[in-house]
Each structure stands twice: as structure tokens, then as C-alpha cells.
Design a protein around this ligand. Structure first.
Ligand code: SF4
Ligand code: SF4
Length: 223
């Protein structure tokens, strides 16, 4: 029986180094090309300066800003404390302490007793949003994040729920209940074109909810 020899597949393509002509070797064409680009930008009248903070910037549709924790239809925190976001986070900036769900919450085993996200350490990659199985954590269009202390930028559960309350009705930050083919951000194709992002007043940033159950959407509703 004769052995059939298979030809190895050609996987490498050798490219000959192009030879420089006289003009190329003087580098004049490359210099002229560079100067042409410089002149084009010098004479371009189209301004790209934005008068911030008087004029709010136009952000891209997929801008990833401050996080929020969503609420479900019963106003409870949607998070089920599965730790997927904390596991996926490359910056290690999410800390969650889980607690067994009360008997009147039969749809879940756990909820986050505490949920802290360090907005200073975050690199706004969106991995947490991608990893969440119940669309509980989302990144919003809020970009103007400031604070006088490190602690003020450690967003706890109440603060993250406060961001949800501020942004849920903004067409720029719809609650994403179903994933597009390219992930949560794919649904942004149906959003309005560029526009100013949501601004959260300082008074709302420090919103605190004293109760552990995180069921109420406003301070008034549980007083
Ligand atoms: S956006 Fe990225 S870095 Fe920030 S919390 Fe989510 S996963 Fe971590
Ligand atoms: S936010 Fe989502 S991924 Fe993170 S612990 Fe809660 S349910 Fe899990």
C-alpha cells in the first residue's frame, strides 16, 4: 500500500521589502504629505471646542459613566447578590455582602446586604454590566463625577439606587430588560441621537436610605 503524502499548507506569505526610489530616499514626499495634513487642520474652520461646563458635552451613545443599581417592578433592588459582577470586574472595585432573602421574596435566594462600588478605582469597562444575569447593574451617561473625599466616591447600595431613581426616566438611560445581539449596549441603536447626559444634583448624590431592605424609591415613601 502506497503512502499518500499531503502537502503542508502554505501559512507564511513572504513580502519583499519595497525598494526606495530617489524621491522616497529624500523623504520630501513624506514631509510634504505631513505638512499638507497640518495645513488642513490649521485652516479648518470647524471648531471642536466645547464650552464646558456652560454647555454640556454631547456624549456617544455607548458612553459608560456612573453606575446604577436597578429596581424591580416591586421597587426592590434587582440584584440577587450572585457576585458575577464582582468576579468579572478587572479593577476589583465591587464589594458585595449577601444576605438571605426574606420569605416574602420567593423569587430569589439572596439580596445584597451591602453593595459598594469604588467609582475612583473603576475603569468604566462595562464588564460588570455584561456579566450581570438579571440586568441589575448598569452604567449610565452621568460623567460629571466629583467628590471632596474618597469616601464620597465609594458608591454604596443606596447611592447606586439613587442614581437609578435619577436616570430611569431619561431616554438616554433606559432600563435594559433584554439584551441586543451585541450585548446590553446594542439596544442603543434605537435611542435619540447625541444629547446632554443626565446631571445628578449634589443633594441627590448623597441620598441615603436608612432601611436595610432597600424597598423604597424615595426618602418620603418610607417615612
Ligand atoms: S465598569 Fe469595569 S471596572 Fe468598573 S465596576 Fe464595572 S467591571 Fe469593574
Ligand atoms: S449586580 Fe448583577 S451580577 Fe452583580 S451581584 Fe447583583 S445580580 Fe449579580
Amino acid at each position: 500500500m502506497s503512502e499518500t503524502k499531503t502537502k503542508p499548507k502554505k501559512t507564511v506569505t513572504w513580502v519583499e521589502e519595497p525598494e526606495m526610489g530617489f524621491w522616497e530616499s529624500t523623504f520630501l514626499p513624506a514631509i510634504m504629505k505631513g505638512l499638507k495634513t497640518t495645513l488642513k487642520h490649521v485652516t479648518d474652520r470647524k471648531t471642536v471646542t466645547q464650552q464646558y461646563p456652560e454647555v454640556k458635552p454631547d456624549l456617544p451613545l455607548h458612553y459608560r459613566g456612573v453606575h446604577r443599581l436597578n429596581r424591580d417592578e416591586k421597587d426592590r433592588v434587582k440584584c440577587v447578590a450572585c457576585m458575577m459582577c464582582a468576579t468579572a470586574c478587572p479593577a476589583n472595585c465591587i464589594s458585595i455582602e449577601a444576605q438571605a432573602a426574606p420569605p416574602e421574596w420567593p423569587d430569589r435566594d439572596k439580596f445584597p446586604k451591602s453593595f459598594v462600588l469604588d467609582e475612583l478605582r473603576c475603569i468604566y469597562c462595562g464588564m460588570c454590566e455584561e456579566a450581570c444575569p438579571v440586568d441589575a447593574i448598569e452604567l449610565t451617561h452621568i460623567y460629571d463625577l466629583t467628590g471632596e473625599t474618597r469616601e464620597s466616591l465609594m458608591y454604596d447600595r443606596e447611592k447606586l439606587l439613587g442614581v437609578y431613581d435619577q436616570t430611569k426616566d431619561n431616554p438616554r438611560d433606559p432600563v435594559r430588560t433584554k439584551r441586543g445581539i451585541l450585548g446590553p449596549a446594542a439596544e442603543f441603536s434605537s435611542l435619540p441621537t447625541l444629547g446632554p447626559a443626565t446631571v445628578v444634583p449634589d443633594s441627590d448624590r448623597s441620598t441615603k436610605n436608612a432601611t436595610a431592605g432597600v424597598i423604597h424609591s424615595s426618602q418620603e415613601s418610607h417615612s
